[in-house]
Design a binder for this molecule. Structure first.
Ligand SMILES: [Ca+2]
Ligand SMILES: [Ca+2]
Length: 142
């Protein structure tokens, strides 16, 4: 799917579920009580339609970039993908960046209120961390 078609999906997302920053904070804190949670926006967040997110991830080329130790490794993939979601019409989506004890990756909250990890190196959505991604969430910025 080309990026213009992906843009249209988000522009035409006519009945999005939105929740406040406080709601997002409470959701994340209930899932990861020991993690530091940083909420960037005071406005409402648009919860993610997973079909649209998968179309976005398919069109976006972050996962195609060649891995290089330090210069283009997990933190850079996660920052790049978070950046790709940081212009309208995507920038009010509940998509963020996560640091675990071993790894950096991304996350989202879907329209059912469920939390997902996004692995920016493979475009996979995961309900739980795989072992190599770490055991403990340290920080989430959303
Ligand atoms: Ca991709
Ligand atoms: Ca790096």
């Amino acid at each position: 799917m080309c990026i213009q078609k992906v843009l249209n999906l988000f522009i035409k997302d006519e009945d999005p579920r939105e929740e406040s920053g406080l709601w997002v904070y409470a959701k994340l804190k209930s899932l990861f009580p020991e993690a530091e949670i940083f909420i960037s926006d005071s406005d409402n967040y648009r919860l993610c339609n997973l079909d649209n997110i998968n179309a976005f991830l398919k069109a976006d080329l972050t996962d195609q970039i060649k891995y290089e130790t330090n210069r283009m490794d997990c933190d850079d993939f996660a920052s790049r993908l978070h950046g790709q979601f940081s212009t309208p019409p995507y920038s009010d989506l509940a998509v963020g960046k996560v640091w675990t004890d071993k790894h950096a990756l991304n996350c989202l909250i879907d329209q059912n209120g469920d939390f997902w990890f996004i692995e920016p190196q493979t475009d996979e959505l995961l309900s739980e961390l795989a072992g190599w991604q770490g055991d403990k969430i340290r920080f989430i910025e959303i």
